[in-house]
Design a protein around this ligand. Structure first.
Ligand SMILES: [Zn+2]
Length: 458
């Protein structure tokens, strides 16, 4: 039996293919979990097995958004230390974060995922690195939440082995030993990583950041990832203080330190990369190391402006990230398209920094490339996986904006009429199809209150 088809037609389409092909009014045919065809005008007549026909009049169809950096657990610690820089914010929050457990992480992951999926994210990433002793199966809780929501997912299995007694920020009971971190990461890869085409769940090796981990964990983490054939992720060059820290401790800046530990390569992506000089950017370009650009979080924590136009000119793969919602309370990715454009125009390149189409590319194909999945997702092309978002453009917010791509990037957050992941509806008429938003909101609030009480009592 042929796969059943979904036809979406009469909508504007931004394919984000290599030529930025767009159709003012076009169609997409989905067969099973893949895109069968895309083109101008209505869908071909006489298609068999059409299970659903969507009239996309007044809408823009784009590839699903790809989020490349997040910390789901922070969903239940939003709105704290709101006027601090990164270091002071970390100092303020670690005593609370150290007390997370499995029910809290499950509720926080459900909240993070629901918020992103409702706003057009079809592929999500969670960099989870806080594994307090006795906290339960935190990786399983996060992966379970992603499966329930229906989005494609990468768990970046994080770790920290530099607790307070080694000069790190987190309390000792919230960090793992080097051997525990490596063993648990390997176990997570073995248990959950799906290397097959069209995978819904993947795992990356992701020690937290240079100032919370040992050099040995970085080196052996890289070896583990390459032995297993999975990707590598961490935070890099986020603040000036981190640059100072690396220079004092290792006698070199963060990028040189990463290179010395095996952490530059086409299988690596790093969050932030704000404080990079020309030779750092050239090293990323030469090695194909990817960047998760998190403009809202960088602004919230006063970290600075990442040099995205220079990175793109150097051939660096760049995607977008929400980052944890303790430093970006909105938790949405579609607003990061706008913030990436606006914040980069405040940098050296001014109005030529990023176009609306480049911003959309960062949030779709760029993210796919950063996750090593650009042959499968990130653009609307025949043969790719059917991860698609139909944005409503005919309401008060957008109906008078001349160009639908500009409307999506520069306008108010657009409502999602339909979001498909792997050919299945995850959002219909602005609401999640698989999970109840009110239930998720209630349990996130209850777990946030529980965590606040535990932290206050400690
Ligand atoms: Zn982060």
């Amino acid at each position: 039996m042929a796969a059943s088809r979904i036809v979406i037609e009469n909508c504007a389409i931004a394919t984000v293919d290599a030529h930025d092909t767009e159709y003012p009014s076009g169609h997409v045919v989905v067969a099973g979990n893949r895109i069968e065809s895309v083109g101008p005008g209505p869908a071909p007549a006489g298609l068999d097995g059409v299970a659903r026909r969507v009239d996309g009049s007044g809408h823009l169809l784009t590839p699903g958004l790809v989020n490349t950096h997040h910390h789901f657990y922070q969903w239940i610690t939003r709105g704290l230390a709101t006027d601090s820089n990164l270091f002071d914010w970390l100092v303020a929050l670690y005593p609370t974060w150290a007390r997370i457990d499995e029910p809290m992480v499950r509720a926080a992951a459900q909240g993070s995922l629901a918020m992103m999926a409702r706003g057009g994210v079809t592929t999500a990433t969670d960099h989870h690195y806080v594994y307090p002793r006795g906290a339960g199966d935190l990786s399983g809780a996060v992966i379970g939440a992603a499966t329930e929501t229906g989005v494609r997912f990468t768990l970046a299995r994080g770790s920290m082995d530099r607790g307070a007694s080694d000069g790190g920020l987190p309390p000792d009971f919230a960090v793992e030993t080097l051997d525990e971190a490596l063993a648990a990461t390997e176990e997570t890869v073995d248990r959950y990583h799906d290397a097959s085409p069209g995978a819904m769940t993947q795992v990356a090796v992701a020690p937290c950041s240079p100032f919370s981990i040992s050099t040995e964990l970085l080196k052996r983490g890289a070896e583990l990832a390459r032995r297993k054939g999975v990707r590598l992720h961490t935070h890099g060059s986020e603040t000036r203080e981190e640059e100072q820290f690396c220079k004092e401790l290792f006698g070199m800046g963060p990028t040189d330190y990463f290179e010395s530990t095996g952490w530059l390569g086409s299988d690596v992506w790093m969050a932030h990369c704000v404080h990079m000089n020309d030779s750092d950017i050239a090293a990323f370009g030469r090695t194909g190391t990817g960047v998760a650009h998190c403009p809202s979080s960088n602004a919230r924590l006063a970290a600075g402006i990442a040099r995205v136009p220079d990175m793109l000119a150097a051939g660096v793969p760049v995607g977008l990230g929400v980052d944890g919602t303790a430093s970006n309370e909105s938790g949405e990715l579609h607003t990061e398209l706008r913030n990436a454009l606006l914040i980069n125009r405040l940098g050296a390149h001014r109005e030529s920094a990023l176009t609306a189409r480049q911003a959309l590319r960062l949030g779709t194909y760029g993210g796919a490339r950063v996750l090593g999945r650009q042959s499968e997702i990130g653009s609307i092309e025949a043969g790719k996986l059917a991860d698609l978002v139909l944005w409503r453009m005919d309401t008060l917010a957008h109906s008078s904006i001349a160009d639908p791509v500009a409307a999506l990037v520069l306008g108010a957050p657009a409502p999602v009429t339909l979001s498909l992941v792997d050919g299945r509806a995850v959002v219909e008429d602005g609401h999640l199809t698989r999970v109840d938003e009110d239930t998720v909101a209630r349990s996130a609030r209850a777990q946030a209150q529980r965590l606040a009480r535990l932290a206050a009592d400690a």
